[in-house]
Write a protein that binds this ligand. Sequence first.
Ligand code: PLP
Length: 495
Amino acid sequence: MSNLKGFRMKRMPEPQLIFEQSSPGRIGCNVPVADTPEVDLSAVLGDLREELNLPEVGELDLLRHFTRLSHINYGIETGFYPLGSCTMKYNPKINEKTAGLPGFANLHPMQPVATIPGALEILIGVQEMLIAITGFDEITLQPLAGAHGEMTCLMLIKAYHESRGEGKQRHIVLVPDSAHGTNPASAARCGYDVRPIPTTEEGNTDLVALAAALDDSVAALMLTNPSTLGLFEPNIEQICEMVHAAGGQVFCDGANMNAMVGTTRPGDHGFDCMHLNLHKTFSTPHGGGGPGCGAIGLKSHLEPFLPAPVIRRSEGKVIADTDRPSTIGRVSGFYGQFLMEVRAYTYLRAFGKEYMADISRHAVLNANYVRARLKDVLPPAHDRPCMHECILTAEKYKKENGIRALDISKRLIDYGFHPPTNYFPLIVPECLMIEPTETENKETLDDFCDVMIEICREAVESPDLLHDAPSTQIVGRLDETAAVKNLDVRWWPSK
Ligand SMILES: Cc1ncc(COP(=O)(O)O)c(C=O)c1O
């Protein structure tokens, strides 16, 4: 295949540790001759240098060593990152620039509120833009991650039921079987009993099962839209009406908001509250466990319970309102991850209202393009257009060639691509979840699809290439459990 010529398939050499490159007496800089009396350091400090065992290398060796290490790392700036459900889009550098401005970066969390009017303007600015985008009455930026936002929403729902004298009686939270694992975990963390709701063959919430599960013991339904199957739930309004009629609340897992920004608003669909992952949709870098923001939106009946302080406008000023008698309390120290808000503010203002819908349109277009190009080799799990991600199944290769979704993903590494998400959602056999995001161009998507098609051909004709993959990396196929449980993060030579 001519398109694949550019992909290199050489095994990477294992880099030496900096200590292994050390040669006695070699130095990386010239220390100026001292113009003060010489002191015998070993007499004062003992054999410090010996104990430290510092590597002795030249400047160029040092530079090459760390540059080489940085090239081994894979990131959005080195290649396509189709990891589904993670929205690994490119984050424009301007966001980092504003987040690094000393006036923002050097703020102290204990600073009196009266000294941070600029920061409060950023917070209220993000809140107001997110209200316009989601259609909710209120936003708080306090939660620090998506799961934290889910939990905060459930805490608001609990406080709401308690305020109506139904707190004890409503002890069940319904969660579709396609949900992200954090949904049932958040519900359990809030003390709820979790009941699964099945998904129909078409990929929608099973309305018959939902109706059967609804009674006055149900506190809430947690619904992800678009779902983790990459599908827009066509019955959201009916679902919200059904849950409300039974006295329950409806939470929207809005981690997939990238498919809807500027196009449609969950607040208009009937949801009572939702969480957003700023670290996916609003351009804060996602991954690596770094700081995030799980902003939540809510309708006015949940407003009294908002975590304090509430950032709001009052008499022409922005204030941090702590006079909140019914609040659930703080869910994080201070006001959330402030620099994430600076990034989101920059990102939102850079698009502006006029271009906001381009985000979701291109995210959805790209996912459907990949889906259409791969459908003959990797059938979509559902036969209808997808939203921001496409869910494909490698089941036929498992049955006919003994090749699993994981083998396909590992082989992608040999071709220089980061693998997509595997085996999630759990209800799709041999699942590959691909989320291209809006920031990739057609040429990149074509390269990726060409490689996927080639790998599917290899799966049939030379399956061992896939079983043995990756064969170009420093390490081959790892024991996935041992690799995360028995970490070898040694920076010191073993001998
Ligand atoms: C659908 C969905 N819900 C919830 C979450 C949880 O978000 P977080 O990882 O920030 O806790 C994710 C994570 O990406 C997700 O994809």
